[in-house]
Design a binder for this molecule. Structure first.
Ligand code: E4P
Length: 320
């Protein structure tokens, strides 16, 4: 290449580089543009690279070092922008849950036989477990939860035992590897909510359990929980109407459409609990197997069926 052309190219890159650095500097004067945001870092990076190319002509070490420093600053800004975007995407993914137009039925047990039987109805949307249910099953926690996840494709809640933030995250990290449909169950404590927020930001589904007040449910929703589990039976046990809590939580969540947490009614003790929760519009109910089976029953159904079968006998017909 001719010397003139080379000179022209060096001058051209240098001029464009200076122009872009000035634009980057001007951008910093605009309130909305952050020093570590995409726009500033990108323009500054391109400007600095062009300047560096242009400066190579003189090989002036201090200038080259300054340009490399600006390139490093820009790369840092772009990396920061990328990490923030990735975190936001994780939060969005965890929050982009379909609240659905139907009430979901979860079974509240770690008994494999019961789960298999109920799953065969095709009505089961998920499973919840807790340390007491694991104890009742008499099985190894990880082993039984792994088996449940294979039987039911829907969400399966597995509860952490740690009570501190770091410990909860460590346990969650192990539990989430069991299967794709694992939901990390966390207690509604200060550390539990903090852990919920971190897991949500990482795109992990969570179920905040042991919720006994509407304010607690609000905290869970603010932390981006996938589910909040208000324990209605245990409130009834102490003379407080558990269903009032479900109404309050649903009302609050309805007031703020950005709160995507689903109300998972827990500690259900009878079919009326389920009926009232459905009337209020709770998104999910976790129901003990015995109560799920009770839902199918009505004495008039049995009586009516007996009468139909007796009359059919009299016709002496068969269908097949
Ligand atoms: C479910 O997630 C809860 O752990 C469960 O419903 C608690 O029920 P209980 O109050 O009957 O123990």
């Amino acid at each position: 290449m001719q010397t003139q052309t080379i000179d022209f190219l060096y001058n051209f890159t240098g001029t464009v580089g200076v122009f872009m650095i000035l634009v980057a500097y001007w951008m910093l004067q605009i309130d909305k543009i952050k020093p570590h945001g995409f726009a500033y870092s990108f323009v500054n990076l391109i400007g600095s690279i062009l300047m560096l190319i242009s400066l190579m002509r003189f090989w002036n070490l201090p200038s080259v070092i300054i340009e490399i420093f600006w390139i490093a600053i820009s790369v840092y800004g772009l990396r920061r922008y990328y990490l923030t975007r990735r975190k936001a995407a994780g939060t969005k993914q965890a929050l982009l849950i379909n609240k659905g137009t139907s009430m979901k039925f979860f079974v509240d047990t770690a008994d494999i036989d019961e789960i298999k039987e109920l799953a065969s109805t095709g009505l089961l949307d998920g499973v919840t477990t807790n340390p007491s249910l694991i104890m009742k099953s008499g099985r190894d926690f990880i082993e039984v939860v792994t088996e449940i996840c294979k039987i039911v494709p829907g969400d399966v809640s597995a509860e952490v035992i740690a009570t501190d933030y770091k410990g909860m995250l460590e346990e969650a990290n192990k539990l989430k590897k069991i299967a794709k449909n694992i939901v990390i169950k966390l207690p509604l404590t200060y550390d539990g909510i903090k852990a919920c927020k971190s897991l949500t930001d990482d795109g992990v589904k969570t179920n905040v359990t042991l919720c006994f007040s509407a304010n607690q449910a609000l905290l869970a929703a603010k932390a981006g929980a996938t589910y909040v589990s208000p324990f209605i039976g245990r409130l009834d046990d102490i003379g407080q109407d558990g269903l009032d809590l479900i109404s309050d939580i649903c009302e609050i969540y309805d007031n703020y459409p950005d709160l995507k947490t689903q109300v998972l009614v827990a500690s259900i003790r009878n079919p009326i609990h389920l009926l009232q929760s459905a009337k209020i519009g709770a998104h999910v109910a976790t129901i003990p197997p015995k109560i799920i089976k009770q839902l199918f029953k009505h004495p008039l159904t049995d009586k009516g069926l007996d009468a139909f079968l007796a009359d059919w006998e009299k016709t002496k017909q068969t269908i097949l």
